[in-house]
Design a protein around this ligand. Structure first.
Ligand SMILES: Nc1ncnc2c1ncn2[C@@H]1O[C@H](COP(=O)(O)OP(=O)(O)OP(=O)(O)O)[C@@H](O)[C@H]1O
Length: 404
């Protein structure tokens, strides 16, 4: 098991991770999600002893990585697939790693077979495609047959067959009782691979819960209702009946209606009562991607100004708030991505809290640099000229970082 308690990392004045506490348990794939720059890689580096926490601690099986007996046999990681000596053959690269860790050479051939690189084992890795490089990185992570595995964006650059392979590999490793911690920006993939999620935004914990709970906590189910295309007046009649009964009705682009706040049998009864025929009445649940976007929209550092100004962004569903704004309980259209009311202390999303040791309130005795970040702004910001996300870290701005 991986356990972080009050983990904080500052780079000078920049706070990359703040007071992060979570556990990654064996036997399931745990997804690690967060917008760009939210601190995922920094957290993974601290887990692996590559960066020292400013305060707090993170352990694997009860030990900090650097004190873990025979660490390469216990923990495997893919952090940066490009971090390979390009002039070496794939097999030689793995052999070097194996020798450093006292792993027998036959294991190198085993893992080359597992990742499907046996035919290119004698090729120099500088000629490898992005996907082949990922496979080589995964082979290196598997070398010590470790119980704990960390993968930072493992499907980066993989084709659909490769993505499916990684998904099955992660699940198989977890099914063997291993601890599998994997970051990804591919939500659809994460929904298929992970059972549990840890979501961070601006270095802080936003959610620690199952994928199922995460989706239901950050989205609302809805019904799609469709009347015959040739009878637009019936669509209007049904809209009126549903609205009068307390439902929220929004038109979809294809002419159907999105209805929230009413159960399906009630919608059917209301349609029958209004003498309106239905061509479709179907239940829908938001995707992990929608739920994730909903939760993290207030914690995104890097956002294009061009597509916002040009109105190119996908239209937000009713009830969802424009980017940069957090929802306000009781406002907007309830039932449509309607969030639970903000919690005391500024936590905007209700989430089941696992029993974890409580980290020190503020280990360094300095104020929380993110305090107030999730609070809703006082006034709505027009979509055409959104306010930039405030740089709450008071350090080098993210734009400066990005420009480097
Ligand atoms: N060595 C460093 N020195 C200064 N700032 C750093 C350093 N490493 C990371 N940061 C900053 O810390 C923040 C978190 O970075 P990190 O790479 O951990 O985010 P991430 O969630 O992995 O991002 P991405 O999804 O884009 O990979 C960023 O603002 C980054 O600029």
């Amino acid at each position: 098991m991986i356990e972080a308690v009050g983990l904080t990392k500052r780079y000078g004045a920049k706070t990359a991770v703040y007071n992060l506490s979570f556990q990654v348990r064996p036997g399931t794939v745990t997804g690690f999600l967060g917008p760009n720059g939210s601190g995922k890689s920094t957290t993974m580096r601290m887990i692996l002893g590559l960066d020292a926490p400013t305060t707090g601690q993170v352990t694997i099986g009860g030990y900090p990585y650097r004190k873990l007996p025979n660490a390469p046999r216990q923990v495997g990681a893919l952090l940066d697939a490009k971090a390979v000596h390009g002039g070496r053959h794939a097999r030689n690269h793995l052999l070097c790693l194996a020798q450093l860790s006292g792993i027998p050479a036959r294991r190198v051939d085993e893992v080359l077979g597992v990742v499907g690189l046996q035919d290119v084992a004698k090729k120099r890795s500088k000629g490898f495609s992005l996907g082949m490089g990922q496979r080589l990185g995964i082979a290196a992570a598997l070398l010590g047959d470790p119980q704990v595995l960390l993968f930072d964006e493992p499907v980066n650059g993989l084709d659909p067959e490769g993505i499916l392979w990684v998904r099955n590999l992660m699940k198989a490793l977890a099914a063997e009782g291993r601890t599998v911690f994997v970051s990804s920006h591919l939500m659809s993939e994460m929904a298929l691979t992970a059972e549990h999620l840890i979501v961070i935004g601006r270095g802080q914990l936003l959610a620690d819960m199952s994928v199922r709970d995460f989706i239901s906590a950050n989205s609302a189910d809805f019904a799609r209702v469709r009347t015959p295309d040739s009878e637009p007046q019936h669509r209007e009649k049904l809209t009126a009946a549903l609205t009068e009964a307390g439902g929220q009705v929004m038109p979809e682009q294809d002419g159907a209606l999105r209805v929230t706040g009413l159960p399906l049998p009630r919608i059917s009864d209301l349609a029958h009562g209004a003498d309106v025929r239905l061509w479709e009445l179907s239940p829908h649940q938001a995707s992990l991607e929608e739920a994730y976007m909903r939760m993290t929209q207030g914690a995104v550092d890097y956002r294009s100004t061009i597509d916002q100004r040009a109105g190119l962004q996908e239209q937000l569903p009713p009830g969802a708030v424009p980017q940069g704004q957090m929802p306000v309980a009781g406002q907007g259209q309830p039932g449509w991505y309607a969030p639970p009311p903000p919690q005391q202390g500024g936590q905007p999303f209700a989430m089941p809290q696992p029993q974890m040791p409580q980290p020190p309130q503020d280990p360094a005795g300095t104020p929380n640099p993110y305090a107030g970040a999730p609070q809703p702004p006082a006034a709505p910001v027009p979509a055409a000229a959104p306010a930039p996300a405030p740089d709450l870290t008071k350090g080098a701005t993210d734009n400066e970082d990005a420009a480097r």
